[in-house]
Design a protein around this ligand. Structure first.
Ligand code: XMP
Length: 318
């Protein structure tokens, strides 16, 4: 029967056989899937695995440095690339969600491709694709609906990257990936991390993305997520985050009338992201978080909590 341990043993043996002395390039995202895929590949081929971790300027607060450090501790051969300005430039003037996704995706490919070229003689592209990604990309491409968000990270390769693809997690579900990660001694901070979309905060800032809005929503998100952790609610939630709304509203501070931005907090429970319920977070907790945000984050005078389930709402707002 399937155990994480036997999966690791047989997969590492297969990868060794398949890859020999070839070089593999892999994009790390900070998420569970790419991290587990990287550690498996590293176990099989060591320094021939070249990991690239791109800062797209749309990550959570401190995420780039924290995650880069933990990858280095795990012994991975990883290069961090700060490309924030390129992404902000590509996003300038865009407010349509799909155009934003495309701009982010294209910029990512450009940055990644440039880095990949520096790895001479690389033959393979490693990916953390898991079973639900495989299913979803088939139904997105083959299904009748063209309106499904152009999410995912499967099949987005340009032709000019003439690399073969190796996907060691292709047959696993998320919980199995976590169990495999655990048996590989990967840090819980990575394994228990909530899912986070590839386009990151770029699709949690409704409308045009600017560096200033990113800074604001990073602060708000950081307060929300660290409060969830402090109150031991983080583990009960599938995914949580903050959304920067394209709305200003009137407030009052001292004798002054203010006219500032509003944010929405979202926390959902789910098993696979296909359906989701909003989490009934305790009122006391919401009150505390709201106070912290309004007191600490300049530019925000209103906090709302999203009480919509999927369907018909989606988890993300864009
Ligand atoms: P929705 O908003 O469709 O999200 O209910 C379902 C799950 O998918 C994530 N998501 C994305 N992931 N690129 C990604 O890699 C994307 O463009 C994207 N859009 C949504 C979302 O965070 C949730 O986990």
């Amino acid at each position: 029967s399937w155990t994480p341990h036997s999966f690791v043993e047989s997969t590492v043996a297969e990868l060794k056989e398949k890859l020999g002395n070839d070089k593999v390039i892999l994009a790390l995202s900070g998420g569970v899937d790419s991290s587990v895929a990287a550690v498996l590949l590293h176990k099989a081929i060591g320094e021939n695995l070249y990991c690239i971790f791109v800062d797209n300027g749309l990550l959570r607060k401190n995420e780039f440095q924290d995650v880069l450090d933990s990858y280095k501790h795990m012994g991975l051969n990883v290069k961090g690339v700060n490309a924030s300005e390129k992404f902000y430039t590509a996003l300038k003037g865009l407010s349509d969600p799909e155009l934003k996704r495309k701009a982010i995706g294209k910029t990512f490919i450009d940055v990644f491709d440039e880095e990949a070229k520096l790895v001479e003689g690389a033959k393979w592209l490693g990916q953390g694709t898991i079973y639900p990604d495989v299913i979803e990309s088939v139904s997105v491409n083959g299904g009748p609906s063209q309106t499904i968000k152009s999410h995912h990270n499967v099949g987005g390769l340009p032709d000019y990257m003439k690399l073969q693809v190796v996907e060691p997690l292709r047959l696993l579900f998320k919980d199995e990936v976590r169990r495999v990660g655990k048996s590989l001694d990967i840090d819980d901070a990575i394994l228990q991390r909530h899912p986070f979309p590839g386009p990151g905060l770029g699709i949690r800032i409704l409308g045009e993305v600017t560096a200033e809005k990113v800074r604001i929503i990073q602060e708000v998100d950081h307060i929300f997520i660290s409060s969830l952790k402090e109150d031991r609610l983080y583990g009960d939630v599938w995914q949580a985050g903050a959304i920067f709304l394209p709305v200003q509203s009137v407030g009052v501070m001292g004798d002054e009338r203010t006219y500032e931005n509003a944010v929405a907090l979202r926390a959902v429970s789910s098993t696979d992201g296909m359906t989701a319920d909003w989490v009934h977070l305790p009122y006391d907790f919401l009150a505390k978080v709201s106070n912290k945000i309004i007191n600490q984050v300049k530019g925000i005078n209103r906090v709302t909590y999203d009480i919509s389930s999927k369907p018909p709402a989606t988890i993300e707002w864009e």
